[in-house]
Write a protein that binds this ligand. Structure first.
Ligand SMILES: [Zn+2]
Length: 360
């Protein structure tokens, strides 16, 4: 079979064979045990050949569970939300206070971020766009926040100061086409903010199978360059596992990262080593820390030796991958917990009597 041409820049690609389990990003169920990705030898973008339907996003169950993420800040035991962090980040780094702003979020879910932004930018007009119907949720009932269905976006006759794409770009069947559409909605000096999981920080995100593209920081910037934007990345310490890229319209932009970006290949090698480590664990019965893709991967490899998951951040979650979710406070000395996170301090700050095995 001839290799596919790059969906971004139409150059040659190489085939990457993945002999590892892959997962969907809603319930982290296993999708397959092996898969194929393509990597462009020019712009470095990694993509799948599969057609992305995104049907999952319009299901009631998905909509009901599409909530804000609680974040435990590192040093203090202080709980905050992802939308709060992001809204402050936008104020500090991107959109210093101005009046008469127009703000649009693509993939706005229940409108948590828009609601936080509406408190900062009191006189702004905010719009949230989704493929699922979220119009009944509280933020969209506010006077200055409007819900708009994805298929109605073309009819918006507004010039935006800010368009936000948070964990959205990976799911577009044709990312370049989407970006060209948003370019038409932006003011000349407007900002497009693209947020995506940073797979160099959480390597397991490389195994997310329901996305069209798996961007790295360089291939994401290349994609935006191809669509006529100049870009810069902003570091953040509060949500360190996410890439935050700010783009402005600039048809003459000449940023292009051509060097071979091997983040995905390196991640796959690291994950294989972790898989071997898990297979060599001696105990017959183990518990897994967290209810995330990291935990799903460990569960898939341990198979029947995994008894369940420990998560005290999401107390309401009772089952994950059809296994029990427990609070680690109630564990005793003879129980063993496998930790697949690389930020040990965040997740093991609460005391537990159980023995902990760190995979990193
Ligand atoms: Zn390419």
């Amino acid at each position: 079979m001839k290799n596919k041409k790059c969906i971004i820049c139409a150059n040659k690609t190489i085939k990457l064979k993945i002999n590892l389990p892959t997962f969907e990003h809603v319930n982290f169920n296993t999708i397959s045990s092996r898969s194929i990705l393509f990597k462009c030898s020019n712009c470095n973008m990694i993509f799948t050949n599969k057609k992305i339907t995104n049907n999952i996003f319009i299901k009631t169950n998905y909509i009901n569970n599409n909530n804000d993420r609680i974040i435990k800040l590192n040093k203090k035991r202080f709980l905050t939300s992802r939308s709060k962090i992001l809204s402050n980040f936008i104020l500090k780094n991107i959109l210093k206070k101005k009046t008469n702003l127009n703000i649009l979020e693509i993939g706005s879910g229940k409108g948590y971020l828009l609601e936080k932004l509406s408190k900062i930018y009191k006189r702004a007009n905010l719009y949230g766009c989704e493929i699922g119907n979220y119009s009944k949720f509280k933020p969209y009932l506010k006077k200055n926040i409007t819900f708009i269905k994805k298929n109605k976006l073309n009819f918006l006759d507004r010039n935006f100061d800010l368009i936000i794409l948070s964990h959205t770009i990976n799911y577009f069947q044709n990312p370049s086409q989407e970006l060209n559409g948003y370019k038409k909605l932006l003011k000349k000096d407007g900002n497009l903010v693209v947020i995506s999981p940073d797979i160099s920080k959480n390597i397991f995100y490389t195994l997310m199978a329901d996305q069209k593209i798996i961007p790295t920081k360089n291939s994401l910037r290349n994609l935006l360059s191809f669509s006529g934007f100049s870009t810069f990345l902003i570091n953040n310490t509060e949500i360190p596992n996410e890439l935050i890229c700010v783009a402005k319209i600039n048809p003459k932009n000449n940023f292009f990262f051509k060097k071979n970006d091997r983040i995905v290949e390196n991640n796959l090698n690291k994950i294989k080593l972790i898989k071997n480590k898990i297979l060599k664990l001696k105990p017959k019965e183990l518990l897994i820390l967290g209810t995330n893709i990291n935990s799903a991967f460990i569960d898939q490899i341990l198979n029947t030796r995994s008894l369940g998951f420990i998560d005290d951040l999401y107390v309401k979650k009772k089952y994950f991958r059809d296994k029990k979710v427990m609070n680690k406070k109630y564990l005793n000395e003879d129980e063993i917990l496998v930790n697949g996170y690389n930020e040990k301090k965040i997740y093991i700050s609460n005391k537990t009597k159980a023995k902990i095995i760190n995979l990193f």
